[in-house]
Design a protein around this ligand. Structure first.
Ligand SMILES: CC(C)(COP(=O)(O)OP(=O)(O)OC[C@H]1O[C@@H](n2cnc3c(N)ncnc32)[C@H](O)[C@@H]1OP(=O)(O)O)[C@@H](O)C(=O)NCCC(=O)NCCS
Length: 145
C-alpha cells in the first residue's frame, strides 16, 4: 500500500481536530482530555512554525488517512501517530511509520500505552524495541539504521 506523507498545513485544522478528539485517539494519548477548537488552532499554528517539530498528513491515493508527528529530542526524534477513525484496521499505520523513518535520521522514540496492542505491534514491526515500562507507558526506541 503506497502511503505518502505531505507536510500538514493550516488547511488541515479541522481534520486534525476531529482525529485528535476521537475517543480512541484520546484513550491512546498521554493527555486524554478533549481539545477545544481555539486551543487546537493555537497548538497547530505553533507546531507549523516550530523547526523542532514535523507534522505530516499521510495520504493513500490522494486521500488523508492519518497524521504523524516528530519532535526533535537531544538525541533523535520522538514520534507519534494516528490513523483516521474510519481507516483503522487496514494496516495503514505501519507503512506510514516506515515513511517517517525514511524521511528523518534516527534514533527514534515512541511512547505507547501498554493496552494499545495495535500501536505496539506497529512499533515492533517497524523495528522499535521496548526499553522501559513506567506507569502503563511503554518507552520504545529504534536505533538509526
Ligand atoms: C493504533 C493505530 C495507529 C493502529 O493503526 P492501524 O494501521 O489501523 O493498525 P491495525 O488495526 O491495522 O493493526 C496493526 C497490527 O496490530 C494488530 N492488532 C490490532 N488490534 C490488536 C489487538 N487488540 N491485539 C493484538 N493485535 C492487534 C493487527 O492485527 C495488526 O497486526 P499485523 O501487522 O500483524 O497484521 C490506530 O488504531 C489509531 O490511530 N488508533 C488511535 C490513536 C492511537 O492509538 N495512536 C497511537 C498512539 S501511540
Amino acid at each position: 500500500m503506497l502511503v505518502e506523507l505531505r507536510l500538514a498545513t493550516i488547511e488541515d485544522t479541522e481534520l486534525l481536530l476531529e482525529w485528535r478528539n476521537d475517543t480512541a485517539t484520546r484513550q491512546a494519548s498521554l493527555s486524554s482530555s478533549k481539545v477545544t477548537k481555539e486551543a487546537h488552532l493555537t497548538w497547530l499554528q505553533a507546531s507549523l512554525g516550530n523547526t523542532d517539530r514535523r507534522l505530516w498528513i499521510a495520504q493513500l491515493e490522494g486521500c488523508a488517512v492519518g497524521s504523524c508527528r516528530a519532535d526533535r529530542q537531544q538525541d533523535g526524534w520522538l514520534l507519534s501517530w494516528t490513523i483516521a477513525p474510519d481507516m483503522r484496521g487496514k494496516g495503514l499505520a505501519y507503512p506510514m511509520v516506515l515513511a517517517i523513518l525514511n524521511s528523518l535520521t534516527g534514533p527514534f522514540f515512541a511512547q505507547i500505552k501498554s493496552d494499545n496492542m495495535a500501536s505496539i505491534k506497529v512499533a515492533e514491526k517497524a523495528g522499535f524495541t521496548c526499553q522501559e515500562t513506567k506507569d502503563d507507558v511503554l518507552y520504545f526506541v529504534r536505533e538509526a539504521s
